[in-house]
Design a binder for this molecule. Structure first.
Ligand SMILES: [Zn+2]
Ligand SMILES: [Zn+2]
Length: 140
């Protein structure tokens, strides 16, 4: 999937943190887990998986916050100034960066192909009947 011409930037709401992606995302998907619900204040979170070698922070390193749940999982990175969710990296899989789809400036060219942790979806937002592959727990 590597594309020499692929280049897209993104960042947080206040503009302090900026990043660039130069390798086409591998895939994308929705996560309906309760952590994502609390983290985002919404029913799900949608991210694109990007090879780490194609991900570069351009600015805002000092404003970049990271938090990892005491029970484990990915470290979630966000802007300390505006609170925008930006990306996540699992310490066991540092070769992949899960970039929040809405953090991209434009169209990253990848579309969500699955929904994971659907058994935890909140009752106030039913899973849409969109044909995407569903996983009751983790997809990977
Ligand atoms: Zn910000
Ligand atoms: Zn999740």
């Amino acid at each position: 999937m590597a594309d020499d011409d692929y280049r897209i930037q993104g960042g947080c709401l206040c503009g302090a943190v900026r990043f660039e992606v130069t390798v086409h995302p591998i895939s994308a998907g929705y996560c309906h887990c309760t952590r994502c619900q609390r983290r985002t204040g919404t029913g799900s979170s949608v991210s694109a998986m990007v090879p780490a070698e194609g991900f570069k922070l351009l600015s805002g390193e000092a404003d970049l916050g990271g938090w990892r749940h005491p029970d484990g999982g990915s470290e979630k990175f966000f802007c300390r100034k505006c609170g925008a969710h930006l990306f996540a990296i699992h310490p066991d899989h540092p070769s992949r960066v899960n970039v929040r789809m809405a953090a991209f400036d434009g169209d990253p060219g990848v579309r969500p192909r699955l929904r994971q942790y659907v058994s935890y979806a909140p009752p106030w937002e039913p899973i849409p009947d969109d044909g995407l592959e569903r996983f009751p727990e983790a997809a990977y």
